[in-house]
Design a protein around this ligand. Structure first.
Ligand SMILES: Nc1ncnc2c1ncn2[C@@H]1O[C@H](COP(=O)(O)OP(=O)(O)OP(=O)(O)O)[C@@H](O)[C@H]1O
Ligand SMILES: [Mg+2]
Length: 335
C-alpha cells in the first residue's frame, strides 16, 4: 500500500491477522505511515492495538498478513527491524531496583554505547524529561507518570528512526501529558516516524497526521483527523440564546434558514442543527435572527468532534480507563 504522497511508507501493515485461541485480536488490519509522520492507532480496550505494536516490533508473530518497518519484513528480517526501532510498551519496562540514571545508562550500554557516551546521553534525556532531580532515586519510588517518562526516555537512548509508543500518555496528569506531546512533536520535527496507540481522541487529533480507527481487530475507518471528522458528515450550528423566552422564536428562525427544525435544549438555552452548506447556512441563520431580534449569547459553526466520529463508527464511546502504576517487569528485549 503506497501512502497518499506516493513515497514508500516507513511503517506498513497489510492484512495482519492474529488469533489467541478463539479471540481474533487482529482480523486483517492494514495501515501505513509515511516517513516522518505520525500514525495514530485509535481504539478502545481490546481493539488490538498492542497486538499490532507487538507484531511490528517483532515480539509476536502474525498468523497472516504482512508488515514492514523501515523497509524490512518483521517476520523475515526481525534483526534489521530491531536495529531501527524504539519501543515504549504499554507496561513500563524499566528496572525498579535501579535509579533512573542507571536505567538509562544500562540501556545505552545494551546498545553498545561507550560508558562515557551512555552517561552523557542519560543526562541529556533526564534533563529533557524533567527527571534530573529524581535521577539518583530508585525507580520503585517513582510515581506512575515519572516511570512513564523514564520508559519513553529509555526508548530514545539511541534516537531510532522509527518509534512505536503504546499508549504513551495513559495515566499521566494533564501537565505531564502536554509535556509528552511536546516531546513527541520535537521527535517528529527531527524526522522520526512514529506510531502511537491511544484511546484518547484528543491525543490522536493533536498529534497524528493519519489515524486508523481500530475496533475488534479491524480498521473501521482511516484518514487524517479532518477526513474522519468530515466522513461523519454534517457540520452543526450551535446557538445559545440569551433569553429563554426567545427559544421558540429562535427555533422557528433556524428552521426557516436551514429547512428543518433544530434540536432544542431548554436547560442551557441551546439550539443545534445539522447543516450541509457551512458558512452560508450560518449567515442565513444570523440574518433570520436579526430580522426577529433574537439575541444570541453564542453562535458557532462546528464540525463533529473526533468523539462523535468514534461513537458513530464503533457504536460505543472510548474507554479512557486510567491504569494503576505498572508492576515490576523484566528488561525489554533488545528492540
Ligand atoms: N497473549 C494473549 N493471550 C490471549 N489473548 C490475548 C493476548 N494478547 C491479547 N489478547 C486478546 O486480544 C485482544 C486484543 O488485545 P490488545 O492487547 O491488542 O488490545 P488493545 O487495543 O491494546 O487494548 P488496551 O487499550 O486495553 O491496551 C483482546 O481481546 C485481548 O484479550
Ligand atoms: Mg494495549
Amino acid at each position: 500500500m503506497a501512502t497518499a504522497t506516493g513515497v514508500a511508507p516507513t511503517i506498513r501493515a497489510d492484512g495482519l491477522m492474529k488469533h489467541f485461541g478463539t479471540v481474533k485480536a487482529l482480523a486483517g488490519v492494514s495501515f501505513a505511515a509515511a516517513p516522518g509522520t505520525v500514525l495514530g492507532l485509535l481504539g478502545p480496550n481490546g481493539a488490538g492495538k498492542t497486538t499490532a505494536v507487538r507484531i511490528l516490533t517483532t515480539l509476536l508473530m502474525p498468523d497472516g498478513g504482512h508488515a514492514e518497518v523501515a523497509g524490512y519484513d518483521v517476520v523475515r528480517q526481525p534483526q534489521a527491524v530491531r536495529e531501527r526501532i524504539g519501543l515504549a510498551g504499554q507496561q513500563a519496562s524499566v528496572d525498579e531496583y535501579l535509579t533512573g540514571r542507571d536505567n538509562l545508562v544500562m540501556a545505552g550500554r545494551l546498545y553498545h554505547l561507550s560508558m562515557k557516551t551512555a552517561r552523557r546521553r542519560a543526562d541529556e534525556l533526564l534533563e529533557r524529561f524533567e527527571l534530573a532531580e529524581a535521577a539518583s532515586r530508585l525507580v520503585k519510588n517513582y510515581s506512575g507518570g515519572m516511570r512513564r517518562r523514564l520508559d519513553l526516555a529509555t526508548s530514545l537512548v539511541v534516537s531510532p528512526p522509527v518509534l512505536l509508543l503504546d499508549e504513551p500518555t495513559t495515566g499521566l496528569d494533564p501537565r505531564s501529558r502536554m509535556g509528552m506531546w511536546a516531546v513527541i512533536r520535537e521527535l517528529v520535527q527531527d524526522g522520526t516516524t512514529l506510531l502511537l496507540t491511544t484511546q484518547y481522541l484528543e491525543e490522536a487529533d493533536q498529534l497524528a497526521d493519519h489515524i486508523a480507527v481500530i475496533d475488534l481487530g479491524r480498521v473501521v475507518a482511516q484518514g487524517s483527523p479532518d477526513d474522519l471528522k468530515r466522513s461523519v458528515g454534517g457540520e452543526r450550528i450551535d446557538v445559545q440564546v440569551r433569553d429563554p423566552g426567545q427559544l421558540g422564536m429562535a427555533a422557528a428562525a433556524m428552521a426557516r434558514a436551514v429547512g428543518h427544525p433544530p434540536e432544542v435544549d431548554r436547560d442551557v438555552r441551546r439550539l443545534t442543527t445539522a447543516v450541509d452548506t457551512g458558512a452560508a447556512a450560518l449567515t442565513a441563520v444570523v440574518r433570520e435572527f436579526d430580522a426577529d431580534h433574537v439575541v444570541v449569547e453564542d453562535i458557532a459553526l462546528r464540525r463533529p468532534t473526533l468523539d462523535e466520529v468514534f461513537m458513530k463508527l464503533t457504536g460505543h464511546a472510548t474507554g479512557g480507563v486510567e491504569e494503576p502504576p505498572a508492576p515490576r517487569r523484566g528488561r525489554r528485549p533488545s528492540a
